[in-house]
Design a protein around this ligand. Sequence first.
Ligand code: HEM
Length: 171
Amino acid sequence: MVPLCTLLLIAGFETTVNLISNGVLALLDHPEQWAALCADPALAANTTEEVLRYDAPVQRTGRLALADVDLDGVQVHKGQFVATLIGGANRDPSVYEDPARFDITRTLPVEHLAFSSGIHYCLGQPLARLEATAAFRALAERRPDLRRAGRVVRRNAATIRGPLHLPVAVG
Ligand code: HEM
C-alpha cells in the first residue's frame, strides 16, 4: 500500500501542479499568448496540450529491454536500460514545426509524449487535462491582469520539471 500511495501522490499531484505552473510561466513570458487566451478562454484546452508539449512536467522515463531490439538502427540488447527523454521528443523538429515556439493555437500533428505511451500511458491523464484546462480558463477569465513579480526559481530535479517559486501579482 505504501508504494502505491507514494506513486499516486507523486504521479497525481506533483505533476499537475507543475503543469499548471509551467503553463502560467510560459503564458506570462509570452504576453501575446496570454492576451490570446484572455480574449478567448475557450483556447484553454489547446493551451494545456501546448504546455504539455513545450514544457513537460515529467521530462523522462525509462524502459528495460526484455529482448534484443533494433531501434531505428541502434541495437538495444536484452537487459539494457534505455532512458527516454520526453522533453526532447516533444521538441523534435521532424515532428513539430518550429518546436521551440510556444503557440497555444497550434494543432499538433501527433500527440506529444508528456503522458508517455504504450502500456504505461498515464492513468491520470484525463484528470490532469481537466484540472489544467479549468485552471488556465479560470485564470484567463478572472485575472487577465496577472503578471510576473520576481525571479523564478526552478526545482533542482532531473525528472519533474517546474518552478519551485513563481512570484506573480495582479492589478
Ligand atoms: C500533468 C500531469 C501528469 C503527467 C505529465 C503525467 C505523466 C506520466 C507519465 C510520463 C507516465 C508514464 C511513465 C512511463 O511510461 O514510464 C505516467 C504514468 C502514470 N500516471 Fe501520470 N501524469 C500526470 C498526472 C497523473 C495523475 C493526475 C494521476 C492520478 C490521479 C497519474 C497517475 C499515473 C499512474 C498511476 C501511472 C502509471 C501507469 C502505469 O504504469 O500503467 N498521473 N504519468
